[in-house]
Design a binder for this molecule. Structure first.
Ligand SMILES: NC(=[NH2+])NCCC[C@H](N)C(=O)O
Length: 267
């Protein structure tokens, strides 16, 4: 098992986006200690780029995508962001490798189902899951795409109108964070192998101070750990933890059980 650090900030347009690279490096180093595995950092460019085709930093993100694809490691990898789009390349690669019955569990306060046309912000981290479904800007769209109904949002609570439409159309499932509900949904979706994406803003802001895009009424660390543990009956082929802006060890320490549980799923 290996940690790949993806210090990408260009997918976010939040006040703390500039802290994402430092948060990525601090969280990767902490996860390496908790899991006793090495860290390899993906060499990304540091700079931004103008808004193009409705996406902020579009050229920089495309460059990052290429660099990440070139550096992508084999075997069980824990990807540590960076913004949520740090999981774009690993999830698309896992879909290509594991076939139609591959699915994604997306623990996130947000649905990340916007396109450049529907996005309220132009921030690409709000478009990642939609790109994995094959929509939006073709330069980012996954091919093959996730099968409709094989993306499961857990704990999402800050949704934009276009995102609700995708859920209502059944392309994406939305469940609360209860373990039994999560398991039932994954079974019902016919998912055999899965990738676990954790955006730290799925947690309540009172639990963890170092998230990039806090939203009220989130999960507790214990609820998140229980939800992750429930996935042990499935084959977890990859995982990501994203949107950390904290460089403080005492803040990161609260995440130890989350990292530990993800490590168990990946081994
Ligand atoms: N993964 C995230 N933090 N996503 C934030 C997305 C916020 C909002 N829905 C947008 O499109 O801008």
């Amino acid at each position: 098992m290996l940690i790949q650090a993806v210090p990408q900030w260009q997918g976010a347009r939040t006040p703390r986006a500039g802290d994402l690279p430092a948060g990525c490096r601090a969280l990767s180093a902490f996860a390496a200690e908790v899991l006793d595995v090495p860290v390899r950092e993906v060499p990304l460019a540091a700079g931004g780029a103008p808004v193009a085709d409705g996406i902020a930093n579009r050229e920089a993100l495309l460059d990052n995508k290429k660099r990440h694809a070139e550096a992508l490691a084999d075997g069980p990898v824990l990807t540590v962001g960076g913004d949520c789009a740090a999981d774009l390349v690993p999830v698309a690669a896992a879909r290509a490798r594991h076939g139609e019955r591959f699915g994604v569990l997306w623990f996130d306060a947000h649905a990340d189902l916007n396109t450049p046309a529907s996005s309220p912000s132009g921030a690409f981290h709000g478009m990642v899951l939609r790109s994995l479904l094959g929509d939006g800007d073709p330069a980012f769209a996954a091919a093959p795409a996730l099968e409709p109904g094989r993306a499961v949002l857990v704990g999402a609570r800050a949704l934009d109108p276009a995102e609700r439409d995708e859920i209502e159309a059944g392309r994406v499932r939305l469940v609360p964070g209860e373990p039994s509900r999560i398991v039932a949904e994954v079974r019902d979706a016919g998912i055999e192998r899965l990738y676990v994406h954790v955006d730290l803003d799925v947690l309540d802001p009172s639990e963890f101070a170092g998230m990039d895009y806090p939203e009220p009424n989130g999960m507790s660390v214990t609820q998140l750990v229980d939800g992750l543990r429930a996935l042990a009956e499935f084959e977890v082929v990859g995982a990501g933890v994203t949107e950390c802006v904290s460089g403080k060890r005492e803040e990161l320490a609260i995440l130890a059980p989350v990292l530990h549980t993800i490590g168990e799923l990946l081994r």
